[in-house]
Ligand binder design. Structure first.
Ligand code: C2E
Ligand code: MG
Ligand code: MG
Length: 469
């Protein structure tokens, strides 16, 4: 046992010691509590893994060791993909269980000499010591990816979680802990962007990209505040009659200094920065206001399709938002269409499909955008709550030169006919493409051959000119 002993002398008025009092205290309990506190201070209470503070300490130690032994070491930065949506949709206790199971799996892959830490919600870090060849680091990363890729059982739900890993090496990428962590973090972002379940080494070009991303994020926040956005409208045409059957609203951002920024560049940043909800809501509001305005001006009710990001389907009350805006402007539900990319339907069907189903019940038509690129199985297409299939631009563009592209287009068209889906060909640029598509039975054309995306005022001018003739 551990004891604390105090010894006091009791003295008389002359200062002589008359008695000695010794007090013994059993403090083993205290000591255990101290240990416990120390453990708490350096470990993550949920998973029992090292926390950020201990990681920092170990990282400096690892670097010193590598320096002395003239070897390398590596920082692996892991971030779970879609953890947030599991947490939001299934509750925090399921999220917690998930993290514990993941921690357990990671623990099995990491050697005793290495360090495994959890440093944030769904972020883990592995310190790998004695790395003399970068490939070794990749081997470990692949093992970690494979371990997490196995399906999880959580409260009767089978879940598939994936990961992105960024890797930074000492001494190649940095000589201190802070730099290495930053590099690994940037590499992780790049891995995420490259597609899910990948590991990436840091590369100096990434710091530049990260800087640009941050600038873009700051600019986007300002753009939302100052409403620097506008919608352009691209007409869609009936393949047989040539009549306009509707419009697609495409977002345009003009930055005061940079000029126009294409949506393919800023939408992904907005999605990552959690800004897509605000931007998406603004798109819905603008499109509804425009529809009502056209009707007021005497152009009748038009049909407008808006593009919706997967994040909007996962997190926001999209149905409530759409209903509110349609009602506020007195727009009939069938005037609005929603386009979601095919990958959305494949990624999180349990969450997205009910939202789409509900939208259709309200009368809002649902289109699959960029069809053919999302690797969804054609066999399960018939179960999807969709009305319209938009054939991706790349197939349309290669159709003339490439027989297999033509075959894909024909297959998609015959399948969608069987399923009674309307088909829209995106990016039709030549007469030849239009002819091939028409022969194959495509219903609707969209593309520069017929019309470009234009501001609402141009569309109105076109109607006015038409009515004059
Ligand atoms: P998308 O929904 O597939 O839109 C079609 C894109 O093809 C548009 O690019 C359009 O301008 C372009 N396009 C149309 N016809 C042709 C053609 O004949 N040739 C070629 N080369 N291109 C053509 P844009 O406007 O740059 O938008 C790119 C993507 O950004 C859209 O692809 C959509 O996924 C996304 N996006 C645009 N607006 C929004 C929005 O309001 N919200 C969300 N979440 N995403 C949006
Ligand atoms: Mg679209
Ligand atoms: Mg598209």
């Amino acid at each position: 046992i551990l004891e604390r002993r105090s010894l006091d002398a009791l003295r008389n008025e002359n200062g002589e010691a008359m008695h000695y009092v010794s007090i013994f205290n059993d403090i083993s309990d205290h000591h255990a509590k101290d240990e416990q506190l120390r453990h708490l201070a350096f470990h993550d209470p949920l998973t029992g893994l090292c926390n950020r503070a201990l990681l920092q300490d170990r990282l400096e130690q690892s670097i010193r060791l590598a320096q002395r032994q003239q070897t390398g070491m590596a920082v692996l930065y892991l971030d779970l993909d879609q953890f947030k949506s599991v947490n939001d949709s299934m509750g925090h206790h399921v999220g917690d269980q998930l993290l514990c199971q993941i921690a357990q799996r990671l623990r099995q892959q990491v050697r005793a000499v290495d360090t495994l830490a959890r440093i944030g919600g769904d972020e883990f870090v592995v310190l790998m010591n004695a790395v003399d060849q970068p490939e070794h680091c990749h081997v470990l990363a692949d093992k970690l990816l494979a371990a997490i890729d196995e399906p999880l059982e959580l409260e009767g739900n089978r879940l598939h979680i994936r990961t992105s890993i960024g890797m930074a090496l000492y001494p190649q990428h940095g000589s201190d802990g802070k730099t290495l962590m930053k590099c690994a973090d940037m590499a992780m972002y790049s891995a995420k962007a490259a597609g899910r379940n990948t590991a990436r080494f840091f590369h100096p070009a990434m710091s530049e990209q990260a800087e640009q991303r941050m600038q873009m994020e700051i600019a986007l926040r300002e753009a939302i505040e100052q409403d620097q956005f506008q919608l352009h409208y691209q007409a869609k045409f009936d393949a047989r009659s040539g009549h306009v059957v509707g419009y697609e609203a495409l977002l345009r951002w003009r930055h005061p200094q940079w000029g126009p920024v294409p949506p393919d560049r800023f939408i992904p940043v907005a999605e990552d920065a959690g800004l897509i909800g605000a931007i998406g809501a603004m798109v819905i509001a603008k499109a509804c206001a425009q529809l009502a305005d056209w009707e007021r001006q005497g152009f009748g009710w038009q049909t407008v399709a808006i593009n919706v990001s997967v994040r909007q389907l996962e997190h926001d009350d999209l149905i409530g938002l759409i209903s509110m805006e349609l009602q506020r402007h007195g727009v009939p539900y069938p005037c609005l269409q929603v386009e979601v990319t095919e990958s959305v339907l494949v990624a999180q069907p349990e969450q997205t499909l009910p939202v789409l189903r509900r939208l259709r019940e309200l009368g809002v038509k649902v289109a699959i955008d960029d069809f053919g690129t999302g690797h969804s199985s054609l066999a399960y297409l018939y179960r999807l709550p969709v009305d319209v299939l938009k054939i991706d631009r790349t197939f349309v563009q290669h159709m003339g030169q490439d027989d297999s592209a033509l075959a894909v287009v024909r297959t998609i068209l015959s399948l969608s006919q069987t399923l009674h889906l309307q088909t829209v060909a995106e990016g039709v640029e030549t007469e030849q493409q239009a002819d091939l598509l028409r022969q194959a039975g495509c219903d609707v054309f969209q593309g520069y051959l017929f019309a470009r995306p234009e501001p609402a005022a141009n569309i109105e001018a076109g109607w006015v000119a038409q009515s004059v003739h």
